[in-house]
Design a binder for this molecule. Structure first.
Ligand SMILES: [Zn+2]
Length: 322
């Protein structure tokens, strides 16, 4: 049996390094690629070479989810090998149209999401400026080389059949890969040593925003039910005991959700006010990084029927039901 070989790639993002995984037999297949940047390229080449693989040898490049740290370098690889690039049907459009999709998300954040959160135009400008930079670490992909697979299908990797499992929450486009005989789980950013952020996605036309953290918790239940020996996460070291980690992360979410509820009871009504309280331990300039979890706690409290959301002067206000 062969296990995925981890190749750790540096990023310039807050998340730290990202993992690519390599299978060398029966054909060289790479899972995820890292960002398009020189340090990441050097680390990838070194990692491949350490296992006797040159870029030109790669036959397939599989993308777990079209976030830039996982797919940004795929276009660079595609120029230097003949590999087919594979992504789940749910991620196909994002992968091939990343810059356009990303700009649409930025526009949604600028016009709808961030103003309702209560951010000032200045902060909205800072956040969108940061987001705009991320297009630069994505290399355009040749569309004709990209082949979608079914998000409930099967992938052959390392001479074994892996179940594709659709796992939305961190991203609505995310798939994980599970190998039942060897109990290996390629987790993407579904299960990480540190709870992944439930990213707010732009709603489809005419629809309301999907509550990402409640969806993430449903996916987490599915992962917990799997019989897993080793988890190969998108960030951080591979690990065992996935159920222990899941219980810990769920307990933490529950605790933070209760803290959020107490703050609302005590008169903090907007997302911005809650963010300043809930993430007081973060330096102010990166406090917005807590936004996705916080919106998630609010989505959970809404789903529990404990709070109601009102829009006042274009800003969401939360109040307890009692
Ligand atoms: Zn990631």
């Amino acid at each position: 049996m062969s296990a995925p070989i981890r190749i750790e790639l540096p990023t310039n993002l807050q998340v730290g390094s990202v993992n690519a995984y390599l299978f060398t037999e029966p054909e060289p297949v790479l899972i995820d690629t890292g960002l398009k940047m020189p340090e990441s390229w050097a680390a990838l080449l070194a990692g491949l070479q350490a296992h006797g693989v040159a870029v030109a040898d790669l036959r397939r490049i599989v993308i777990t989810h079209p976030h830039v740290d996982h797919c940004g370098q795929a276009g660079v690889l595609a120029e230097q090998c003949e590999a087919v690039i594979e992504v789940a049907d749910v991620g196909y459009r994002w992968l091939i149209e990343f810059p356009e999709m990303w700009r649409k998300r930025i526009a949604y954040y600028q016009r709808e999401f961030l103003p309702r959160v209560g951010f000032s135009p200045e902060v909205i400008g800072l956040v969108s400026g940061y987001m705009e930079q991320l297009v630069e670490v994505y290399a355009p992909l040749p569309k004709e080389r990209v082949r979608p697979f079914a998000s409930d299908g099967v992938l052959e990797l390392g001479g074994m059949s892996w179940q594709v499992l659709y796992m939305p929450g961190h991203a609505s486009t995310q798939t994980c890969f599970y190998q039942p005989e060897t109990r290996q789980f390629i987790a993407a950013d579904m299960l990480l040593p540190k709870t992944p952020t439930p990213i707010v996605e732009r709603p489809s036309h005419g629809q309301s925003r999907q509550p990402a953290l409640p969806i993430y918790l449903q996916s987490l239940d599915k992962v917990e039910a799997l019989d897993i020996q080793t988890v190969y996460p998108g960030h951080g070291d591979p690990f065992t005991n996935h159920r222990q980690l899941i219980q810990k992360q769920r307990a933490r979410i529950q605790l933070r959700k209760e803290e959020c509820y107490t703050l609302i009871q005590n008169g903090h009504h907007t997302v911005l006010e809650l963010l300043m309280k809930m993430y007081a331990h973060y330096p102010e300039q990166i406090r917005f990084a807590g936004l996705w979890m916080l919106v998630g706690y609010l989505d959970l409290l809404k789903a529990d029927g404990l709070i109601i959301e009102k829009e006042i002067n274009g800003v969401w206000h939360y109040e307890t039901r009692n």
